[in-house]
Structures are given as C-alpha cells and as structure tokens.
Design a binder for this molecule. Sequence first.
Ligand code: HEC
Length: 164
Amino acid sequence: MLINKSKHTKYFLLLLLIAVLNACGESPKQDPADFGNKKKNVNPGELSPFEMENGIGPVKQKLTLSPINPELVKKGEKIFETKCGACHKLDEKYVGPAQRDVINRRSPEFILNMMLNPEANYQRHPEIKKLLGEYLTQMPNQNLTFDEAKAILEYFRQVVNEKQ
Ligand code: HEC
C-alpha cells in the first residue's frame, strides 16, 4: 500500500515535471490567433480598421447612398440649425469644427457614427480625440434618431456643393 502510494506520487511528480517543462518550452511561441489580436492592437486606440475609417457607433458597415434627396436636405438643415448650430457653423470654426467640408474629411458612415455616438469617438478615436484636444469641448449626444442623422448627412452632402 505504502509502496503503491509512493509509486503514484513519483508518477505524479514525473507528469508534473513534464507539464512544467512543456509549458516552459511553449511560452516563447505564440498562438497564431493571439498574434492576430496583437497585430490588431497595434492600431491606435485598439480600433478595427473599419472603425479607424468610419468611426465608432451603430453604423458597422458601408452604406449605399442614394442620389441627394432635396426634401431630406431641407429636413436636415432644420435639425442642424436647432441641434448643432449652437456649436457648428458651415464655414467658420466655432465651438466645434466648420461643417461644410465635413463630407470631404470623413466618410458618411463616420459622420453618422459621430452624430449618434459622439462620446465613444472623442474618448477612443485618435482623430476625434485630437479634435477634443483642440476644441476642449466634448460634443454632447443629441439623441438623434437614425433618420434624423441621415437627414443631416443629406444636408452635408448638399452644402459641400454650394461652396463659393
Ligand atoms: C456643445 C457643442 C456641440 C454640439 C451641440 C454639436 N457638436 Fe459636433 N462637435 C463639437 C466639438 C467640440 C467637436 C470636436 C470633437 C470634440 O471635441 O468632441 C465636434 C465634432 C463633430 C464632428 C466630427 C468631426 C469633424 O471633422 O468635424 C461632426 C461630424 C459633428 N461634430 C457634427 C455635429 C452635428 C451634426 C451636430 C448636431 C446633431 C453636432 N455636431 C452637435 C461640438 C458640438
């Protein structure tokens, strides 16, 4: 009985030793899946390439935009004036950046994500963080519906063409 036990203990110790040696041997190698993650994390703020280009928010894939709809432009202009005009002008820097050219600076998906989820962008997106550093005001969430945000986007798509 006693002998048996010590046999088992030896066995156990041997297995433990093998396990430890194995673990030591493995540690410098990296799981290819981990490596993939590490690579992604090289991105500033650990954003995905899609988020880098299109901002962080509810829009997670590229949209197909229809030709500009004048009705929607009008609706967007009104919402812009009431909900954004306190901070944004079309042609001058104000509390926030001028917006006439925004469609040239940012993808449509980015503009929607910024309108619908400004907090995540000024906290995590390197370019919007930079803007926050410059303007020193956190853009507040205006609780727009997706349709309202789409209307403002339509307005931005229109005003860039009206540039003098
Ligand atoms: C209280 C002021 C304020 C209000 C209201 C506001 N913004 Fe902003 N906005 C800012 C500031 C400041 C920034 C720069 C980023 C930051 O500091 O958060 C910004 C950034 C942006 C950007 C992104 C970057 C760029 O290149 O210009 C967009 C797009 C934008 N605002 C659109 C809007 C729209 C559309 C509305 C209305 C629904 C709105 N904002 C309401 C202050 C405001």
